[in-house]
Design a protein around this ligand. Structure first.
Ligand SMILES: [Zn+2]
Length: 511
């Protein structure tokens, strides 16, 4: 503020100067004469006019001089202001890399301590104690700061990388030839078609599937709905059944069904700093969703699927336990069955040309090393053992990891599975054991296939609204209900062409 005395002096000065500048000297002298010596009325008029004139000019000048001043900091370029901040005042920047953070256990879902396995695709042994302290402190191949240190055995096996396992057998022409050559039959192919029809009829309006299949047009006409809530798991299983027979959104008789299913699945992703979360309550769903998206992308090369598939894989990669495993929820130590669904999804991502660090595979096989028994012929759930489903999964993963067909550990393990034979009700075990024995081929496979194929054909519902579906009361898949069993049975009967053989260096043209 300007002090009052200064303001008065300033006004007087401005008045004198402005009158001196703006009024002609002759006029000024006349005004001054009349102010001093004129009549009284003339003195008032001319002195008043002179003062008023001067003050008007003074007000204009002062209004310019005393206009409000803008805040000083707003005149600075933004970069200057930022440079004045101290580090404590800055907001934290978003992380530039994906980091594992402690698990977030969803409210209301089981924890590690009371985990009752998700009955859908559940393992053989529900609650085996977590790895002992000795196991947990087993040396890791991953040495932070030094990268992955492959073992001599790993280097040896990697020199004989597998080929095969791809999807080229799913084209219409190759499918027929492979089904005929690898143990399928017209009846098994018909069963696949009936199963796909049932699945298509039970797709929801939004494009997804639910284990509780009775909503919509079904209206309860099919019995045994599932109870598990994960729509991403149900949708992925159904999509995998369609794609296993070469039915994609670009080819086949179910293009619209598959397209709507893929749209639904992609819409369910929850992006976060770890990648794309498709769980809806269980890591099983994450593995299945990643597998479905990777297969769809690998087969069709639809670029719109590239990003969702990579996101799904990123999540799997980033929530892997430091000891190599995965379990129901991110960050848990791991079990062989959940590991199988994640690891096979990663292999599918490899086939699709997506980005997966080698250390993810290395660590996963380190986990399998810790739960194997008999030198690697058998596998336990969370500790060394000989349990059917973990053994089938463990051996299948080893085959994808380039164990040779002549490996005595593989032969011993598969002979055990074959001697057990296909389970009459446990389609989850059959699903994995069938894939392992199909890749192994030979008499073990032929015997297994005949028993399983004909049983599945015989147990499929043939009439009525439920025609084409399966249901078995096995506790492993009861929460997935008829939808889960049907998808698994269809994929078991697609085994002849769903993946090219891992051994023998044979392509689709060799059949
Ligand atoms: Zn129905």
């Amino acid at each position: 503020m300007v002090p009052p005395v200064t303001l008065i002096l300033l006004l007087t000065l401005v008045t004198v100067v402005s009158v001196h500048i703006t009024i002609e000297p002759e006029t000024r002298r006349q005004w001054l004469y009349r102010c001093l010596f004129g009549r009284r009325s003339q003195q008032v008029v001319f002195c008043g006019l002179m003062t008023l004139y001067g003050h008007l000019i003074a007000i204009v000048v002062l209004s310019i001089y005393m206009r409000p001043v803008q805040p000083r900091q707003q005149q600075f370029p933004a970069a200057t202001v930022i440079a004045q901040w101290t580090p404590e005042e800055q907001e934290p920047l978003p992380p530039t890399e994906l980091h594992f953070t402690p698990p977030e256990i969803p409210e209301g879902l089981p924890t590690e301590a009371d985990a009752v396995p998700v009955p859908t695709l559940a393992p053989d042994a529900p609650n085996v104690p977590a790895p002992t302290a000795g196991q947990a402190s087993a040396p890791l191949l991953l040495d932070e700061g030094k990268g992955v240190q492959p073992s001599p055995q790993m280097l040896l096996t990697n020199t004989e990388l597998k080929i095969g396992g791809g999807y080229e057998g799913r084209t219409t022409d190759a499918r027929d030839r492979l089904a005929a050559a690898r143990g399928g039959s017209p009846a098994s192919e018909r069963a696949v078609e009936l199963g796909l029809n049932w699945l298509a009829a039970h797709q929801h309006k939004n494009g997804g599937w639910q284990f509780d299949h009775q909503h919509g047009k079904c209206a309860g006409k099919c019995s045994h709905p599932g109870t598990h809530q994960s729509t991403t798991a149900a949708t992925s299983l159904a999509l995998l059944a369609f794609m296993g027979a070469g039915q994609t959104h670009r080819e086949g008789n179910y293009q619209l069904v598959v397209e709507r299913g893929l749209d639904y699945l992609v819409s369910r992703v929850v992006p976060n700093s770890r990648g794309g979360d498709f769980q809806e309550g269980t890591m099983y769903a994450q593995g299945l969703a990643a597998l479905a998206l990777c297969e769809a992308y690998a087969i069709t090369q639809d670029n719109q699927l590239h990003y969702p598939a990579q996101l799904a894989l990123d999540y799997i990669i980033n929530v892997q336990h430091p000891l190599g495993g995965w379990r129901y929820f991110p960050g848990q130590t791991g079990d062989t069955t959940v590991l199988g669904s994640q690891l096979l999804a990663l292999h599918s991502g490899q086939l699709a040309g997506l980005q997966i660090p080698t250390k993810s595979f290395v660590l996963a096989h380190e986990f399998l090393d810790r739960v194997q028994d008999e030198g690697g012929a058998t596998y336990g759930y969370q500790s060394p053992g000989d349990q059917p489903t973990p053994s089938a999964i463990g051996l299948l993963c080893r085959m994808h990891r380039s164990w040779k067909r002549t490996d005595p550990r593989l032969i011993a393990g598969l002979e055990k599975l074959a001697a057990r034979g296909p389970d009459e009700q446990d389609l989850y075990f059959n699903y994995y054991a069938t894939q392992a024995l199909h890749h192994f081929d030979g008499p073990l496979w032929e015997k297994w296939n005949l028993a399983q194929r004909d049983r599945l054909i015989a147990t499929q519902v043939q009439e009525g609204h439920a025609a084409g579906s399966w249901y078995t009361p096995d506790h492993h898949t009861v929460a997935g209900g008829r939808l889960c069993d049907t998808a698994l049975a269809v994929m078991i009967l697609e085994v002849y062409y769903r993946h090219m053989p891992l051994y023998g260096h044979r392509g689709a043209g060799d059949f």
